[in-house]
Design a protein around this ligand. Structure first.
Ligand code: TA6
Length: 279
């Protein structure tokens, strides 16, 4: 079925639909996937019911594209500007959405580089791939950090377990420490605020939350995986999230942040995250 332009919570979006019943909604703002439903009708992403959808403010949920800066690791607004800008829809095959963002006066005021970014969202039965591409269209090198900041839906974070992080070094950003890695085979459980930057695993992670299992794979060009849950206290302080919102989400983010990507003129970088429902 063809990709269609739709309005979703008042925002201009693209809707992808498969004959098997899978659906995805992608906002032009930020090229942000806002919803992914599998053929069984289950929503797989978390979008806050209090998310601000005004065409400009960062949208709390879905798959924000944090580019060209992760978090506050640099002089740009937190998580860069791509999530606040309107991207252009590009013609694509059924089951795929392609959106583009190029530099303009506004982007160059913040970040003085020429670039052509593209986000491809590919929907297949039980499977969502989000792929980011960026070309340096200028005459000087540029550097960036990024994350595909996916908010995965959990039925209850207390029951959620993230598998596949055993043995991997990480930075705990809540306490600014480098604790000992999880033991091999040990799953990560969640109680309280969790904000960790892991060195990426070679194999896909698996999120299990009592009601199902989701495989989370990322291309090896992403050197890190960020795992974030705000916990009860921070969730209550976030105006665009219900007090208990933290119970229903876990961000597992494909990220390249420790070593900024350096792109020479004419070069392109690309990386994808793949989410697959497991039987
Ligand atoms: O990726 C985790 C993180 O950087 C956390 O530190 C937290 O701040 C989160 O992203 C959300 O950021 P946001 O700007 O969307 O509120």
């Amino acid at each position: 079925m063809a990709t269609q332009a739709v309005s979703f919570r008042g925002q201009d979006c693209l809707e992808l639909a498969l004959p098997e019943g899978d659906r995805a909604i992608v906002a032009l703002q930020g090229a942000q996937v806002l919803s992914w439903k599998t053929g069984d009708g289950l929503e797989r992403l978390y979008l806050s019911p209090q998310a601000v959808l005004d065409g400009r403010a960062a949208i709390r949920g879905g798959v924000p594209v944090c580019f060209p800066q992760f978090n506050q690791r640099g002089p740009l607004p937190k998580h860069g500007f791509a999530r606040n800008r309107t991207w252009q829809a590009v013609e694509a095959e059924p089951g795929t959405a392609v959106l583009a963002l190029r530099d303009d006066d506004e982007s160059r005021r913040l970040w003085p580089h020429a670039f052509n970014a593209r986000l491809e969202v590919v929907l297949r039965p039980g499977n969502l791939t989000v792929a980011f591409f960026v070309e340096n269209t200028g005459v000087e090198h540029l550097e960036f950090t990024l994350a595909l900041h996916s908010y995965l839906r959990t039925s209850d974070i207390a029951a959620a377990r993230l598998h596949g992080l055993g043995g991997l070094p990480f930075w705990d950003s809540v306490n600014d420490t480098h604790p000992a890695p999880l033991a091999s085979g040990e799953a990560l459980a969640f109680s309280g605020e969790t904000d960790r930057v892991y060195q990426a695993a070679a194999a896909p992670l698996v999120l299990e939350d009592g009601s199902g299992r989701l495989s989370i794979a990322q291309d090896p060009v992403f050197g890190q995986t960020v795992v974030w849950n705000p916990g009860a206290e921070l969730s209550a302080r976030l105006a665009d999230m219900p007090d208990d919102g933290y119970r229903h989400m876990l961000c597992v983010e494909a990220a390249e942040i420790d070593t900024p990507v350096r792109l020479m003129p004419g070069e392109t970088w690309s990386g994808a995250q793949r989410l697959s429902v497991q039987a």
